[in-house]
Ligand binder design. Structure first.
Ligand SMILES: NC(=O)c1ccc[n+]([C@@H]2O[C@H](COP(=O)([O-])OP(=O)(O)OC[C@H]3O[C@@H](n4cnc5c(N)ncnc54)[C@H](O)[C@@H]3O)[C@@H](O)[C@H]2O)c1
Length: 367
């Protein structure tokens, strides 16, 4: 397939993922043409990825490529599309998975990213590469808040190694081939359509199912939780705007919530919104876990005007509202078998949603 380049064409890799979905959705709303790449790997529930994709595909300006970016064919596809901007979010994410499956990280995060850079190297009229890094690159640093100029040579797990490698790869390619690149160090992103392997999701699922939750480091973790809308807006600012101040060709920014929260306060909000007490098993610190994160966001604020705006109490509520509607209704067999019910924005949803009793009745009738 060949494509005419337009000024508005953007490639988002990892488009079926949590952050890629939200970024794509916002850019589509803004009128951009999005070429979404995703391998749809089975690291977590593929149905969730397909449901995100189904929402994106409702917009005629969204084109999907079921494509593994570690495959060399990615470069050919990019050559056909000739995007102005690439937002690289495809990656093997997750800190703990990297302890047992390091190969997945080499393939997606290093070989995949190399292919993106190889395209950028020879791309004509290319504007900008924005890619995902992580707060995990700060490793066991104890100086707070984390600043971009802090040392990042003491990783605690292999995931962080691959993300720091991405930053170094981008730096070298920017210098060698004059590529404009921006690496964004995300800090614990959460919100609707979130990742099932992450704490907020797991806690919510277990508490609502009446199961105990495992809280590591005896509940002493502190995280700079960042609501998904703030992250998506920040990514779009860096991708579509020019820096207010002078920038070098290759830059790195922290993008966090700027207000660290104790994990136990976060759990309290989940309990409030589920109206259910958590049964907690406190466990010691896990290998590879970072104890505290706190971002200094002054650089991205002064260069792009980034200001996070969602308080964690509102953010947790928005997540749980989404969780309740998404899982209540998709666990109903009628909903799964009927395409009408697959779309949570369908009128049927609006009719049924208010009544938990009717859901209960439907479920008990068909099981
Ligand atoms: N969510 C967070 O808190 C967080 C924090 C720091 C960094 N990040 C980074 O942000 C990015 C997006 O994370 P997310 O939370 O949306 O994760 P996600 O797992 O939901 O999304 C990543 C998507 O990339 C796809 N993918 C994986 N390997 C691929 C490959 N080789 N080719 C094409 N697609 C591939 C997956 O199928 C998935 O849909 C990742 O790079 C992640 O490392 C996320």
């Amino acid at each position: 397939m060949s494509h005419n380049q337009t000024i508005d064409s953007v490639v988002v890799t990892g488009a079926a993922g949590f952050i890629g979905y939200h970024v794509s959705l916002k850019l589509l709303d803004m009128g951009y043409e999005i070429y979404g790449f995703d391998s749809l790997n089975n690291y977590y529930d593929i149905k969730l990825k397909n449901d995100r994709l189904a929402n994106l595909k409702k917009n005629k300006n969204f084109v999907f490529y079921h494509q593994d970016i570690s495959d060399k064919h990615t470069i050919e596809l990019l050559n056909e599309i000739q995007p102005k901007v690439i937002i690289n979010l495809a990656a093997q994410a997750g800190v703990r998975h990297s302890l047992t499956n390091p190969d997945d990280y080499v393939k997606a995060n290093i070989i995949g990213f190399l292919n993106i850079l190889e395209y950028c190297k020879s791309a004509k009229s290319f504007s900008k590469l924005v890619y995902a890094s992580t707060s995990s690159v700060y490793g066991g640093n104890t100086k707070m808040p984390f600043e971009e100029k802090d040392r990042v040579d003491q990783p605690l797990q292999f995931y962080a190694v691959t993300k720091r490698t991405n930053e170094l790869m981008a730096e070298a390619y920017s210098k060698l081939y004059d590529i404009k690149s921006i690496g964004l160090r995300f800090f614990t992103v959460y919100g609707p359509w979130g990742r099932p392997d992450m704490a907020l999701f797991k806690f919510t699922k277990n508490i609502s199912d009446g199961k105990k939750i495992e809280v590591f480091n005896n509940g002493e973790h502190i995280r700079d939780f960042t609501f998904i809308d703030d992250i998506a807006n920040g990514i779009i600012l860096c991708s579509m705007k020019n820096s207010i101040n002078k920038e070098s060709r290759s830059e790195i920014y922290n993008i966090g919530g700027g207000n660290p929260i104790r994990l136990m306060d976060f759990i309290k909000e989940i309990e409030i919104n589920l109206d259910k007490r958590a049964e907690i098993e406190f466990l010691p610190l896990q290998k590879g876990d970072v104890v505290k994160t706190k971002s200094d966001i002054s650089k991205i604020n002064s260069n792009y005007g980034y200001v996070p705006s969602v308080d964690y109490k509102d953010g947790v509520k928005l997540f749980i509202d989404w969780y309740k509607s998404y899982y209540q209704w998709s666990s109903c067999k009628i909903c799964i078998s009927s395409s009408v019910f697959k779309d949570i924005s369908s009128p049927f949803f609006a009719i049924l949603r208010p009544s938990t009793v009717s859901l209960f009745l439907i479920n008990s009738l068909i099981t």
